[in-house]
Design a protein around this ligand. Structure first.
Ligand SMILES: Nc1ncnc2c1ncn2[C@@H]1O[C@H](COP(=O)(O)OP(=O)(O)O)[C@@H](O)[C@H]1O
Ligand SMILES: [Mg+2]
Length: 220
């Protein structure tokens, strides 16, 4: 269970807090989609859940982990063992090929599983790219490789920031389906930020981020 209790975040120099007394609970193995205007704080919220940044107030608990972590080693272990992140910028390692980019975390974690990696790459239709260096990929291909990398080490929590933002409609549909299905079959909790109603509507819990808080009502 992810439990976020009344967190606030105010960046220096900004007129107002980005997040203000925001609370939400996400049960294990379920999905939460977050929509909201640009600049409403969606990426900020994901980076707080990932422990990349800390809230000014409030608490975040992820399973048995209470954030912030006691030291950087505990944070590193959590990210390696439990977390899969699809960043808005894909953060692939340019000089590595697609296969090695995807295998990166599972090798660190010691649970590399070639058969499962083939399966994930097949779902995302990137099998034929295995040997291509990351710097030769199109934006849409990089996005799918980043998603495969986030899923392949079987994390307990996946955070995805606009995972279909760079894809045409048909590819977006395929990627959303692979993301939700893989998470559901592994009972992985999924938090997905998206501008796409089709992607958001697949989630168990649908929320909009507005005025620093999550609401169940769509903005009118
Ligand atoms: N590290 C930071 N320092 C200062 N301001 C930031 C920082 N990160 C985000 N912001 C500001 O916080 C607001 C929310 O940003 P962000 O979370 O990226 O929004 P979204 O992902 O919803 O588009 C924006 O006004 C942005 O400029
Ligand atoms: Mg963002």
């Amino acid at each position: 269970m992810i439990s976020i209790d009344s967190i606030s975040k105010h960046f220096e120099g900004q007129p107002a807090p980005v997040l203000e007394h925001l609370s939400v609970e996400v049960a294990d193995g379920t999905s939460l989609s977050i929509r909201g205007a640009s600049g409403s704080g969606k990426s900020t919220l994901l980076s707080l859940i990932a422990g990349f940044d800390t809230p000014d107030r409030g608490t975040i608990t992820i399973g048995r982990h209470a954030l912030p972590f006691s030291d950087s080693k505990a944070a590193d272990n959590f990210r390696r063992d439990e977390l899969g992140v699809v960043f808005q910028s894909y953060n692939l390692i340019d000089c590595l090929n697609v296969w090695d980019n995807i295998a990166f975390t599972s090798r660190l974690k010691g649970n590399a599983d070639d058969e499962y990696q083939h399966h994930i790459m097949h779902l995302l239709a990137i099998e034929t790219l295995a040997k291509k260096p990351a710097h030769q990929l199109s934006g849409g291909e990089q996005q799918r490789v980043a998603i495969a990398r986030a899923l392949v080490h079987k994390p307990t929590l996946v955070l995805a920031d606009e995972p279909t933002g760079n894809l045409d409609e048909a590819t977006s549909e395929m990627v959303a389906s692979a993301l939700y299905q893989t998470c559901a079959s592994l009972r992985t909790t999924l938090v997905v930020v998206t501008h796409s109603n089709d992607v958001a509507d697949r989630a168990n819990m649908l929320r909009w981020l507005r005025h620093g808080q999550l609401s169940a009502d769509a903005p009118c």
